[in-house]
Design a protein around this ligand. Structure first.
Ligand code: SF4
Ligand code: SF4
Length: 325
């Protein structure tokens, strides 16, 4: 379960798949109106719900979560309630926050997880990486890296250099940018995923050479790799999965949606309408059953890997766009 702290963002990545819920500093506005920031009482309600659901880890999202004016208060509340926090951040933080989080790390570093989304150097504005490094210097033991793929040819090996330079956690989350049901963004068509494989294998080799673990987030497909590449990924220690299903995001007004790309279909469900996290998951699984099961390629229908649930057949948002071009 993820809680959206704010719908503001101070970056504007071309692949952003939270676009429908986010307002950017350059003046674009959200399609779905909701408070800019979650209130402290609503955040406490969401944490109490997660506790009742017996969750031990909570994802904190934005926009850019650190833009919430009470960011540290929210983190402290989650830590004091015993949660591990996974904060999905761009690390472009105010200096005072860096000091505060450094101080807090003395007590809570084991509960901290800042998953810093880095873009390729050639696709980042001047000075952006330097600013991100400040968080690594402040809490190296609390940071790991994330990289979103939105083009077929990329070089993500710089991530391994960053990990080695700053001594941060040896772990990389790989995401693949998904389309939005009703808005444009930069993403790769599923039929072209195999063209990403050579760049991914270069990253796998760099990770393997320096004992860096890497894992695949939802939406990747099994047939994007050759059998030989799958073997090399396994030997490099990759956590490969081809999955798609409700992530459960809680908005700043405690409304719910299954995940950002499907958020356009949200129809007013709220946290207090459900008993616990399992019930929300079941609700969305049923609601989007067809989208989750169909597969995006013609071949998916008869694919034995889909039938055996080794592959989900790509992101449900791609499936929706396939049938609603
Ligand atoms: S289910 Fe579809 S996307 Fe997955 S491996 Fe089979 S054909 Fe490829
Ligand atoms: S629809 Fe599925 S694959 Fe796409 S973002 Fe949501 S959970 Fe991930």
């Amino acid at each position: 379960m993820n809680i959206l702290l704010t719908n503001k963002c101070n970056r504007n990545c071309p692949y952003c798949f939270a676009r429908e819920r986010i307002s950017f500093e350059n003046g674009e506005s959200t399609k779905h109106k909701a408070p800019t920031n979650i209130s402290l009482p609503d955040f406490q309600k969401a944490i109490a719900f997660a506790k009742k659901s017996r969750l031990r880890e909570i994802g904190l999202l934005g926009g850019e979560p650190s833009m919430h004016p009470q960011f540290m208060d929210l983190l402290h509340h989650a830590w004091e309630e015993g949660f591990r926090t996974k904060v999905f951040t761009n690390a472009l933080w105010r200096t005072d926050l860096l000091e505060e989080v450094k101080k807090a790390s003395q007590k809570y570093v084991k509960q901290m997880g800042f998953i810093v989304n880095m873009n390729e150097p050639t696709r980042s504005p001047d000075g952006e990486h330097e600013r991100q490094y400040n968080l690594f210097r402040a809490v190296p033991g609390g940071c790991s890296l994330s990289f979103n793929i939105s083009v077929t040819d990329f070089d993500a090996t710089f991530l391994v250099d960053v990990i080695r330079k700053f001594g941060i956690r040896k772990d990389i989350r790989l995401g693949v940018a998904q389309p939005l049901a009703d808005m444009p963004n930069e993403h790769v068509a599923v039929a072209d995923y195999h063209r990403m494989a050579p760049s991914l294998m270069r990253l796998a080799e760099a990770c393997d050479a320096h004992d860096v673990r890497f894992g695949f987030d939802c939406g990747f497909t099994l047939c994007m790799f050759t059998p030989e590449e799958v073997g090399r990924l396994v030997l490099a220690g990759a956590r490969f999965k081809s999955s798609c299903g409700p992530a459960i995001d809680v908005g700043t007004d405690l409304s719910l949606w299954a995940c950002f790309p499907l958020s356009t279909f949200a129809s007013g469900q709220r946290l207090e309408d459900f008993e616990d996290h399992r019930h929300i998951t079941r609700y969305f699984e049923k609601e989007y059953e067809q989208l989750y099961r169909t597969g995006v390629l013609d071949e998916c229908m008869e694919c034995r890997w889909r039938k055996r649930r080794q592959c989900n057949g790509g992101c449900a948002a791609h499936v929706y766009r396939r049938f609603n071009p």
